[in-house]
Design a protein around this ligand. Structure first.
Ligand code: F6R
Length: 245
């Protein structure tokens, strides 16, 4: 694993944006796997700035978002659809036909999940997967559990995730209880994975994810199996990690 330790949030965001920009520039048809949440907000801001300064072109980019809540509409201010369009997609020249955000609100979820994985495969797989990490070690909405799923699926959110995400909804009761998420398979199949972690509330998750053990109770620990993983974190997030060796 390659570890980049940043001095502050701006530096973390810049490092992440540079890695994404490199992939966009290197590939004729770059396929991006994208995350939402607080952590990558700065990265999206910088990518938009790069686009405005004509340093990057998203014309041929294909994107796949990791996840979406079930139970709120795309138009809801806390939907990941709204997050992605308001912070990124609406501000760059990505072709709307190339944007993929999983979404199932009815009883057709199984079909939608299958189609999502097929679309990722048809695009040639993900060139760079950007991830955040939950304070409980989740990636996407692959929550700690007895078993994890390879493919895109519907999942119940863990209590800790509902609590963590209530900061966006105001009240615990308004946080959706379910989501659709890419599975661990598509994440591990990405050619390159970049995990972003910022702040002391991620320190324990980072410690348990990278202590040499792999367990479904810390889904991010499976990232240890990836051959091209970069962790970009501030000092607080890696404060419990033994990085001496
Ligand atoms: C979001 C996602 C989640 C977040 C994680 C960290 O698309 O898949 O796994 O990356 O919950 O969220 P923040 O960055 O808000 O701490």
């Amino acid at each position: 694993m390659n570890i980049i330790i940043s001095n502050d949030y701006d530096e973390l965001s810049l490092e992440a944006a540079n890695l994404v920009a490199e992939i966009v520039k290197q590939n004729a048809y770059p396929v991006l796997g994208l995350a939402t949440g607080s952590t990558p907000e700065g990265m999206y801001k910088i990518l938009v700035e790069m686009y405005r300064n004509k340093k990057i072109d998203f014309r041929n980019v294909v994107s796949f978002n990791l996840d979406e809540y079930i139970g709120i509409s795309s138009g809801h201010p806390q939907s990941y659809y709204h997050y992605m369009f308001s912070r990124f997609y609406s501000h760059v020249n990505i072709n709307p036909d190339n944007i993929h955000i999983p979404n199932c609100q009815g009883n057709d979820c199984q079909v939608i999940c299958k189609m999502y994985d097929e679309a990722i495969n048809a695009a040639g797989g993900i060139d760079i997967q950007v991830l955040g990490i939950g304070s409980n070690g989740h990636i996407g909405f692959n929550e700690p559990s007895e078993k994890l799923y390879v493919n895109t699926h519907v999942t119940d959110l863990a209590e800790e995730t509902i609590k963590d995400n209530s900061r966006f909804f105001g009240k615990m009761k308004d946080v959706p209880r379910q989501a659709i998420t890419m599975g661990v398979g598509a994440i591990l199949k990405a050619k390159k994975v970049v995990l972003l972690a910022y702040g002391s509330n991620k320190a324990n998750a980072i410690r348990t994810a990278f202590n040499g053990e792999i367990t479904t109770s810390v889904p991010a620990s499976f990232l240890q199996l990836h051959s091209d993983l970069t962790l970009i974190a501030d000092r607080d997030a890696v404060s419990l990690l033994d990085i001496s060796g």
